[in-house]
Design a protein around this ligand. Structure first.
Ligand SMILES: C[S@@+](CC[C@H](N)C(=O)[O-])C[C@H]1O[C@@H](n2cnc3c(N)ncnc32)[C@H](O)[C@@H]1O
Ligand code: SF4
Length: 346
């Protein structure tokens, strides 16, 4: 469902913009029903008050908790069932963060990502994206939302931008705490600066070699690493937030000395943070997770060369590997849970 459809319905029931905002705030912030009910009945037009229980029930049905898989680092993976029965993953991150899904499946087909193996199944509607946040907020506070779950936000831009606008206003999330993660697409660099809520941007770079990037991200738009960084820098300067470059570290593939030199060449002097994430092993994929020592050594070398580098353990990893694995296992219950020993983050 689109948020715009919900807004139209509220307007048809007599809501003015303030009423609309109030209902959206109660929903997206998962505010307590009792306090909300008193406020709502006091402020809203009678036809809307009469319909509110049905609307509240419909919004709750957009994203229901299927199962919860706690990690050992304060994170938890949530398997979420959407209204039509499709499953997506959200992840409760340490420090009040939440990772949400923007598509069921993904058309980009990155060769290291479980979500990419199915192709695109369907878009996640803007209201379903916000519903993931509302659901998470019934469990714990959410002050940061990263669009790093299943799917490519650039391929579902209208829905993602609509959700961002709501989360950054009625949803009470600071704009720089909304993180749009993408393989990069010219439409992203045109659309994001124009929105009323400008999110922070994470660009999944993974290599400084255009030919290797085409192999690893077979159906990503053909922007070269240089073009990506140039467009990212313009956005960073316009918003005042650094670009987070994502680098899934694949042993023997994108961890060479040449790549390190390429990163220094590309990112020196840029308003940027490099997030290195050692590959989360996905069954059947031809990649190896580098040792933590090797990854830490690369991060230290980049630091010494002036590149702000963070080595990250992706959240919830001890309950399952890369994004989409929990969903894949739910679809095929015989798939075993792969346990990985958690290690500290540099
Ligand atoms: C799942 S994607 C979703 C957002 C967007 N499609 C993108 O690629 O930026 C978020 C991040 O997860 C990373 N990722 C996917 N599969 C991974 C794996 N098996 N191990 C480590 N990181 C992985 C991607 O490289 C990307 O940076
Ligand atoms: S890493 Fe992102 S773009 Fe690539 S297949 Fe996975 S979800 Fe899609």
């Amino acid at each position: 469902m689109r948020i715009e459809t919900l807004r139209q319905r509220l307007r048809a029931l007599g809501a003015n913009p303030r009423h609309e905002q109030r209902v959206l705030r109660l929903w997206s912030q998962a505010l307590p029903q009792t306090a909300g009910k008193r406020q709502v009945e006091h402020f809203l037009p009678a036809p809307l008050v009469a319909e509110l229980p049905a609307i509240t029930e419909e919004l709750a049905a957009l994203a229901r908790l299927e199962s919860e898989h706690p990690g050992e680092d304060g994170s938890a993976r949530l398997l979420v069932r959407l209204g039509d029965g499709q499953l997506v993953e959200s992840v409760l991150l340490p420090r009040d963060g939440l990772c949400v899904s923007t598509q069921v499946g993904c058309a980009v087909g990155c060769t290291f990502c479980m979500t990419g193996t199915t192709g695109l199944i369907r878009q996640v509607g803007s209201a379903e994206i916000v519903a993931q946040v509302a659901l998470a907020r019934t469990k714990r506070p959410v002050k940061k939302v990263v669009f790093m779950g299943m799917g490519e936000p650039a391929h579902n831009l209208d829905n993602v931008m609509e959700a961002i606008e709501l989360l950054g206003t009625a949803g009470n999330i600071g704009h720089k705490n909304l993180v749009f993660s993408t393989v990069g697409d010219p439409r992203v660099f045109e659309t994001l600066p124009r929105g009323p809520v400008k999110p922070a941007l994470a660009l999944s770079l993974h290599t400084t070699r255009a030919d290797l990037r085409e192999q690893l991200l077979p159906r990503a738009p053909r922007l070269t690493p240089e073009e990506l960084v140039e467009a990212g820098e313009t956005y960073a300067r316009a918003t005042g937030y650094p670009i987070q470059y994502q680098w899934t570290l694949l042993d023997g593939v994108n961890d060479s000395d040449d790549e390190i030199e390429g990163i220094v060449r590309l990112l020196s002097g840029r308003y940027a943070i490099l997030n290195m994430i050692p590959f989360n092993t996905v069954e059947g994929m031809p990649y190896v997770r580098p040792s933590w020592e090797k990854a830490a050594d690369i991060a230290r070398r980049l630091h010494r060369r002036g590149i702000l580098t963070k080595l990250r353990q992706s959240a919830g990893q001890d309950v399952d590997g890369g994004c989409g694995q929990l969903r894949a296992r739910a679809q095929k219950p015989e798939r075993p849970v792969r346990r990985v020993i958690p290690v500290s983050v540099v």
